[in-house]
Design a protein. Structure first.
Length: 276
């Protein structure tokens, strides 16, 4: 055996995914405009978009937007943990370098242990299939300059940061505009998931990985009460593409499944005849 080890595979399963994002504030913004170090960040909101593919190929969705107020930290981190249940693939943008690092440190500071789901995500290795950091993926694991979520979304025609910007979160939170911060973190989470769909379809060379979940998501946004602020995601070019492609993709898959079942039945009949 040679001294060089093969890089672990990073083929992330796509059946149960949770995309997430957090927003944080710091007690005092640096006067030079630099980004504060991780220990100074305090989470104030987090959003989780859970997507599950059923046996029939349909998709179910759940959007949780959490708020962390002073005194409610333990409850907040336990809710975060519940959103990242074991067995899901966590998806974020610079999530290993920031979101998970902040959540881990702050949960520790509040003596919140026993958080199996959050711990599994935070301790995932670079090529671990438990978590997918899209900033890492889109940079080729550092082979090119790391891109921002906004830059990638602009290239892919995904609406993002339509209501506010990350630099405004501190001022909005201190002004008591919690709803604006909640909407912002939810928008970033949805945009992250849509980038994930592009990535999964590209990497797996399968347009169905994007067309089917995104078409179902567009319908879910358009028909579910309370999601009106996010319906722009159902009308953007990628969603329109998915809605147009999904019927043909489903028909092709159904035809393939029928052919596979017929072939299996013929094989079983042939085996039974030879056994007589």
């Amino acid at each position: 055996m040679g001294i060089w080890q093969q890089r672990p595979r990073d083929d992330h399963p796509t059946g149960r995914v949770v995309a997430f994002d957090i927003e944080t504030v710091v007690e005092e913004e640096p006067v030079d405009g630099s980004f504060p170090p991780i220990p100074q960040h305090r989470p104030v909101t987090a959003a989780f978009l859970g997507v599950t593919r059923s046996a029939d190929g349909g998709h179910s969705f759940r959007l949780d937007v959490l708020v962390c107020r002073p005194g409610d930290e333990e409850q907040f981190y336990r809710k975060v943990d519940a959103c990242l249940s074991p067995g899901v693939v966590g998806v974020g943008w610079n999530s290993r370098g920031f979101d998970l690092a902040v959540l881990r440190l702050r949960a520790m500071s509040h003596q919140c242990f026993g958080l199996e789901g959050l711990a599994r995500q935070a301790q995932s290795a670079r090529y671990d299939t438990t978590h997918c950091d899209l900033a890492d993926q889109f940079s080729g694991y550092g082979s090119s300059r790391t891109l921002s979520l906004a830059a990638v979304c602009e290239a892919l025609q995904i609406p993002v940061k339509t209501s506010t910007h990350g630099s405004d979160v501190g001022a909005l939170w201190r002004a008591g505009d919690v709803d604006a911060v909640m909407r912002y973190v939810a928008e970033d989470t949805i945009a992250t998931w849509m980038c994930w769909l592009h990535w999964a379809a590209w990497k797996n060379a399968d347009p169905a990985e994007m067309a089917l979940p995104l078409a179902d998501f567009a319908v879910w946004l358009q028909t579910t009460p309370g999601l009106e602020p996010f319906r722009g995601f159902a009308e953007c070019p990628p969603a329109r593409w998915a809605l147009a492609q999904a019927p043909a993709v489903r028909a092709t898959r159904a035809s393939t499944d029928v052919a596979r079942r017929l072939a299996q039945e013929r094989d079983e009949q042939g085996f039974a005849a030879n056994a007589l």
